[in-house]
Write a protein that binds this ligand. Structure first.
Ligand code: UN1
Length: 513
């Protein structure tokens, strides 16, 4: 891997000292036990990162709460200027950071770069937003009264992110939260701690250059126990958590128990409906990238293909042919399409899914398996697999975070396809491939897809940052990133001002003294 420039990337990111098993000892107030980050690319240790102890956490919270007192007073456009500078640093460091994402997480270098691009894009979005944190002005029912609403910063925002988008999801949250006047405490996945340290360094430099406290951005490291310190902490009014449905239910209950706010972005079980007059070429690209891109480890990954019986064999043959062309290997080598899974546990889950689907009556049409031999020493490389299955199978109902695609048939109208598509507990992303306007509009209508994202002639993954991102049902209901997702990071206040010498009561109530 050295030939792919990892050492140089760490050097450029200023985190070389955490490389090769030497702990920094102090990466932002974390002085607890060590966690070791192994690259799924080659199985090597990339870093040992210290976790956050209870005492460290207290220091972090002191630093965050005191930074908030200062930061909230800065005008929003000035906060936007800081985010602009942060975006510039990301532009400068796009290649090394993209490379580290690829190496630590295992996604292709192109996707690593794409992830950093999402960070840059959300910064640009947030800069514009910093001048548009609008509230409404309403007409008061009382004479000589003015009524309006304003948005104030919320406070400390806790961010819990997953390994699969180790940097972009943090940036979606943090760029918005910062322009909104909040400070952030981030717990990255314990599977990708080094990208977390790299991002913290980038943010810290921007804050230092502007004489601002580093506490505006805080990092805590470790597993769910570290996350729990935050979810149970009253000083954190909003927890934004991305990950499994299981994790989300635990976080939601802890936060609800103290009546805090949570923004949840949890599992998906995303389907593409392939209607009778779908463009087959577009369908194949969308479905194959959706199913095998990021080795099937996106929450928007395509899990199910729901194909009309009239074109079933044609689509199946085309997708299977495309699978036969896939090159699996080192994601830093740009000739490969599919990199490794994050770790051996993920490999086990993938194997279990393939076993279960057969047990339940499914038929494997593209054989899976774990790859061995030269280049596959980490034990995390698997073959993308396809099974013909029924939607009702337990394993099909469940999100397996890996390259396993289920194919199923529908007959008759698009309603039948929608019944299958919506017939899962998750509700993140969905797509239809069709050139039929009636079907497309039906899919988007109230009777159509029940997901937070519904696309026509686009696959399920690869959403742009400008839209609100998230989903319904057990996906958790939260919306991050674009549109008006910023509102969750602020507290809304309704203000009514009386500029007369009378005090009329609302609803015409008479109260004479
Ligand atoms: C995730 O997998 O948690 O839409 C985020 C996409 C990416 C983001 C995925 N823009 O696939």
């Amino acid at each position: 891997t050295t030939s792919f420039g990892i050492e140089e990337a760490l050097e450029q990111l200023g985190i070389k000292e955490v490389n090769k098993g030497t702990s920094t000892g102090k990466n932002w107030f974390s002085d607890g036990e060590e966690i070791t980050s192994h690259s799924p690319v080659d199985g090597q240790v990339i870093a040992k990162v210290t976790t956050t102890s209870k005492e460290d956490y207290e220091k972090v919270m002191e630093s965050a709460t005191s930074a908030f007192k200062d930061w909230r007073l800065k005008p929003a456009p000035l906060r936007g200027e800081i985010v602009r500078q942060f975006g510039d640093e990301l532009r400068r460091l796009k290649e090394p950071l993209g490379k580290l994402v690829s190496y630590e997480m295992g996604k292709s270098y192109q996707e690593g770069l794409g992830e950093v691009q999402e960070m840059i894009d959300i910064c640009d979005f947030a800069v514009g937003l910093s001048r548009q944190l609008h509230g409404l002005t309403m007409h008061s029912e009382r004479p000589g009264h003015r009524m309006y609403e304003q948005y104030h910063p919320l406070g400390v925002v806790g961010i819990i992110s997953a390994f699969n988008f180790p940097v972009a999801v943090w940036a979606w949250n943090t760029a918005l939260a910062w322009v909104c006047g909040d400070v952030c405490v981030w717990k990255p996945s314990e599977k990708t701690p080094l990208t977390g340290v790299a991002c913290q360094k980038i943010a810290a430099k921007v804050f230092a250059d502007n004489n601002l406290p580093e506490g505006i951005s805080c990092l805590i490291n470790g597993d769910y126990k570290v996350g729990e310190m935050m979810t149970n902490d009253k000083r954190v009014p909003l927890i934004s958590a991305t990950g499994s449905i299981r994790m989300g239910k635990i976080v939601a209950q802890a936060v609800a128990g103290r009546l805090g706010k949570s923004l949840l972005e949890l599992g998906g079980n995303n389907a593409i409906i392939v209607a009778p007059d779908a463009d087959i070429k577009m369908t194949v690209i969308g479905a194959v990238f959706g199913a095998v891109g990021t080795a099937g480890q996106r929450c928007t990954s395509t899990r199910r293909l729901i194909i009309h019986e009239s074109i079933y064999d044609k689509v199946k043959d085309a997708v299977v042919a495309a699978y036969n062309q896939l090159r699996i290997g080192n994601p830093l080598d740009e000739k490969n399409h599919v990199g490794p899974l994050i770790d051996k546990d993920a490999v086990k889950n993938y194997q279990t899914a393939l076993k279960k689907v057969v047990e339940e009556g499914g038929k494997i049409i593209v054989e899976g398996g774990v790859l061995e031999g030269e280049g596959y020493e980490s034990g995390c490389y698997v073959k993308p697999a396809i099974a013909e299955a029924e939607n009702s199978y337990e394993i099909v109902q469940h999100e397996t975070f890996g390259p396993v695609l289920y194919m199923m048939k529908y007959s008759g109208d698009v309603e039948n396809a929608l019944e299958l598509q919506n017939g899962v507990v998750q509700g993140l992303s969905s797509a239809i491939m069709t050139n039929n306007l009636r079907e497309a509009e039906h899919f988007l209508s109230v009777q159509g897809s029940d997901c937070g994202i519904a696309n026509v002639n686009i696959g399920t993954s690869g959403a742009e940052i400008g839209g609100a991102f998230g989903g319904e049902k057990e996906t958790g209901g939260g919306r991050e990133s674009g549109s008006d997702a910023w509102k969750v990071y602020m507290r809304r206040q309704t203000n009514t001002i009386n500029y007369t010498t009378e005090l009329p009561l609302a609803q015409g109530i008479k109260f004479d003294l």
